[in-house]
Design a protein around this ligand. Structure first.
Ligand code: PLP
Length: 394
């Protein structure tokens, strides 16, 4: 069996290699501390689970979900209300809100919806992998915009050559940023919208971590920028804010024509999310947000413990203002290793799993990402084990 060329063009999925290394370690009886994948470990709040359970008993909820059905109408209204409360931006629930089966699905389908073979998509690198993989699956031409620590991991759009910008149809952005945990100011987003104006480029802003913010930082929405609605949509998710990663509930908001085309693409492929999950998402978005605060407070404690612990053992990493990631340069002692080699060494020697920077694109080389998805005791234990590796004779 020969898989399609579009799959052959995709970069190696490094988490597959990491899973294999993990399995080998587990077989040897190693206790794995998994700070690799950004897979939230805290439970979904009880009131959301309860709503799923009661809605799952209603026979009316078992049919295919259509956009005119009560559950979807109410969900789009709940999303618009949530968005207004959070960002002060009014959305027309019918035309400016589109529920997704998780935001990853929508991001991949945005490329499929708009890219012809010679169309270019601009993607900052490193990035959450579906930003570039979606482009490759769709058969588009990927143009990486390298982003660097010295620039706060913000892309300099002036470096995009004019002939590339002219052929570009899409620009992906995502702040707070996975994997670097970088943040953007409203001024930065304003600059991006100004740059895109008149260029026929769609901006897809992935705001998955809008709620996972610390120290009074507020993540801006791109739709807060005047004129952004002309060319932008924004992706959101219940996965991180409400610990609903496995539930698959996300949504896109913004430009109605872009959303219409995205909805058209999806209509040929899926039937949306199970209605009880939609009702549970409504509960999440319209209910008390104190559960979100609790989740963020937990990540903050973990962040502080990890960054302080690493500092104590001589590994300095910046304190992130958002996301549940810590992005760190490979310690000097091991800087001759690739990020994948360093991660493999850590798994073998300590059972601590982290993600290699190159899992997020070539410009992630030299860095690794910790996901704060284990409790503080386990994080402290991980630091102690890493200390051994930093003290090892090489
Ligand atoms: C930046 C970013 N966008 C999107 C997603 C996917 O979220 P969802 O569960 O909504 O597909 C993730 C998950 O880690 C992410 O980090």
């Amino acid at each position: 069996m020969q898989e399609a060329n579009r799959l052959k063009r995709l970069p190696l999925y490094l988490f597959t290699i990491i899973d294999r290394l993990k399995e080998e370690a587990i077989k040897k009886g190693v206790d794995i501390i998994d700070l690799g994948m950004g897979n939230p470990d805290q439970p979904t709040p009880q009131h959301i689970v309860n709503e799923l359970c009661s809605q799952a008993h209603l026979k009316a909820n078992y049919r295919y979900s259509r956009s005119i059905d009560e559950s979807e109408v109410k969900l789009r209204e709940a999303i618009a209300k949530w968005y207004y409360a959070k960002f002060g931006v009014e959305l027309d629930p019918e035309n400016e809100v589109l529920p997704l089966i998780g935001s990853k699905e929508g991001i991949a389908h945005l490329s499929l919806a708009f890219l012809n073979n010679d169309d270019v998509a601009l993607v900052p690198n490193p990035a959450y992998p579906v930003h570039f993989n979606g482009v490759l699956i769709a058969g588009g031409v990927l143009h990486n915009i390298p982003i660097y620590e010295k620039d706060g991991y913000l892309p300099d759009l002036k470096t995009v050559p004019k002939n590339i910008a002219d052929k570009s149809k899409l620009l992906f952005l995502s702040y707070p940023h996975n994997p670097t945990a970088a943040i953007a100011s409203p001024g930065f987003l304003q600059g991006v919208v100004g740059w895109a104006k008149g260029k026929n480029i769609i901006i897809g802003h992935d705001l998955a971590y809008s709620d996972i913010v610390f120290d009074d930082y507020k993540a801006p929405s791109i739709l807060q920028v005047k004129g952004a609605r002309e060319m932008s949509i924004e992706f959101h998710t219940c996965s991180k804010s409400y610990n609903m990663a496995g539930w698959r509930m996300g949504f896109a908001v913004g430009n109605r024509d872009i959303l219409k085309t995205l909805a058209k693409t999806k209509s040929y492929i899926d039937f949306g999310t199970f209605k009880p999950i939609q009702y549970a998402a409504i509960k999440a978005l319209t209910g008390s947000q104190s559960c979100v605060k609790k989740t963020v407070a937990t990540y903050k404690k973990r962040r502080d413990a990890l960054v302080a612990g690493l500092k104590e053992i001589g590994w300095v990493a910046p304190l992130p203002k958002a996301t549940f990631y810590v992005w760190a340069r490979i310690p000097d002692k091991y800087s001759a290793l690739t990020s994948m080699e360093f991660v493999a060494l850590l798994i073998k020697e300590t059972g601590v799993v982290i993600a290699p920077g190159t899992g997020f694109g070539e410009y992630g080389e030299g860095y690794v990402r910790f996901a704060l998805v284990e409790n503080i005791d386990r994080i402290n234990k991980a630091v102690k084990r890493i200390k051994r590796v930093l003290e090892m004779e090489t």
